[in-house]
Design a protein around this ligand. Structure first.
Ligand code: DC
Length: 230
């Protein structure tokens, strides 16, 4: 099937980007790229190698020397992320990684390495890519850009459920604090901050089920595509 063009989905933590992006990719036969997972993989590797995330030069070098791959488990349809050949799908979601990742994502040298990898992935495939700077920086010419939002309370509730289901002992209040802190760092950093571009369509997911958001996105894509061909 010829692609309609790349799809950029941005928004803050817990807005539902990854759930929705995965389903949109599945429906359209596109490749789903979770760019947050790439920042998380670098953060995980820094923790394992006891590298301070404050050390920007070492962190940029670490990013340069890291191979990140995405695979899909055919049976479960789950996306797996590998870091230097090791499956780190679960490890990168730990609270330790979540706490540090926005500091890593602030480092210009790390961002530059990952930006190039993300752009390369999007030239080789039709992608649904989610993150913070996809529409503004990684794929500024993407024909379809979405910006998902939700209230802080709802985003924290989703993260809390996700972590509790995985057995992590964490309070909902801690999750709220972490989300607010992460939003602030992501929005205020000097390089490629989280921002809604003027050409992105904003969807508040607070009161919507994932399937409702997916249907909304697909119908918007179809409408834009039709208006372009007419
Ligand atoms: O979506 P997430 O929670 O897995 O993202 C992890 C962190 O990475 C988050 O603090 C924002 C950052 N990030 C970014 O700066 N740029 C992206 N394109 C994707 C994620």
């Amino acid at each position: 099937m010829p692609g309609k063009g790349n799809i950029a989905i941005d928004g803050p933590a817990g807005a539902g980007k990854s759930t929705v992006a995965k389903l949109v990719a599945e429906k359209l036969g596109y490749i789903y790229i979770d760019t947050g997972a790439m920042y998380r993989a670098i953060t995980w590797k820094a923790l394992v190698n006891k590298i301070s995330v404050e050390d920007e030069i070492r962190m940029a070098r670490l990013a340069q020397n890291t191979v990140i791959d995405f695979y899909v488990d055919i049976q479960t349809k789950k996306q797996l992320i590998f870091c230097d050949g090791q499956d780190v799908t679960e490890e990168i979601r730990s609270p330790e990684v979540s706490k540090l990742v926005s500091h890593v994502a602030k480092i210009p040298g790390v961002r530059l390495v990952l930006l190039k990898q993300q752009q390369l992935l999007a030239t080789k495939n039709n992608v649904v890519m989610d993150g913070r700077d996809i529409g503004s920086n990684v794929l500024p010419n993407a024909p379809f850009k979405f910006f998902l939002t939700a209230s802080v309370e709802e985003r924290a509730r989703r993260r809390f459920l996700e972590l509790s289901n995985k057995g992590y002992k964490i309070s909902q209040a801690d999750v709220v604090t972490e989300i607010i802190e992460r939003d602030k760092i992501d929005q205020e950093r000097s390089v490629a901050p989280l921002v809604k571009t003027s050409d992105a369509i904003e969807i508040d997911t607070s009161f919507l089920k994932p399937v409702e958001v997916v249907n909304k996105i697909i119908s918007i894509i179809n409408r834009i595509s039709e208006s372009k061909t007419n």
